[in-house]
Design a protein around this ligand. Structure first.
Ligand code: DLZ
Length: 206
């Protein structure tokens, strides 16, 4: 039976004049990379220009809210390379994805500097996978509340792109990298569409 989950079909919003930032954690890189690729693919499908997409990494999900707040403030971004430069350095869609150790050092930082804000929307992407302590619960709770606070305080939509998975397999499936015949759905795509829709609404509501 097909699933009833997911958003209903949306109006096709035009992203051609929108500026969108993606702020992502580096923990669980395989999943993160696929989610970013999904989000960027949908942003571009809706017409968002490469030069209007900023990608900023942070160590882990706990750092996302502050980074989103600063990215929205925007003053530290400078003209520079575009999103293609970043994606060129990433690898997506491996057949048998491995999630790097969650106890090790996160992947090295990749920052793309672009012309500064304001942004019409920010997508916060992180992948939290439950371990054997309460760490997961504390971070999930604080990050989700803090991201909501950032969007309400700033008036800039912050798309909640944080997976809170109980297992590695759950995280992989939600990035379209599932091990079964059905590889699952890449939620990053939904987040890209949500950013364009909310960015468009916010311009009209201003
Ligand atoms: C420490 C930690 C752990 C155990 N697990 C994750 C995770 O699954 N996903 C994630 O995004 N970040 C994790 N982190 C790192 C924290 O988010 C944060 O970067 C550090 O506690 C430093 O503030």
């Amino acid at each position: 039976m097909s699933s009833i989950k997911g958003p209903s079909p949306e109006t096709q919003y035009d992203g051609s004049s929108l500026r969108v930032a993606i702020v992502h954690a580096r923990w669980n890189k395989t999943v993160i990379d696929a989610l970013i690729a999904g989000a960027v693919a949908k942003l571009k499908e809706r017409g968002v220009k490469d030069s209007n997409i900023v990608i900023q990494s942070v160590p882990g999900s706990f750092e996302l809210p502050l980074a989103c707040q600063k990215v929205i403030a925007g003053s530290h971004f400078q003209a520079g390379s575009n999103v293609t430069d970043l994606l060129g350095g990433l690898s997506f869609g491996t057949d048998s994805p491995k999630i790097p150790s969650r106890t090790g050092t996160p992947a090295p930082a990749k920052t793309v500097n672009m012309p500064g804000g304001p942004f019409d929307a920010v997508i916060a992407i992180g992948v939290l996978i439950k371990g054997s302590t309460m760490h997961f619960e504390y971070i999930c709770d604080s990050v989700s509340h803090a991201l909501m606070k950032v969007q309400l305080d700033t008036g800039v939509p912050v798309i909640f792109g944080v997976l809170t998975a109980l297992t590695d397999d759950q995280a992989l499936e939600r990035a379209g990298l599932g091990k079964g015949e059905d590889k699952g759905h890449n939620h990053g795509e939904d987040w890209g569409l949500a950013a364009v829709e909310m960015g468009s609404h916010i311009r009209r509501w201003a």
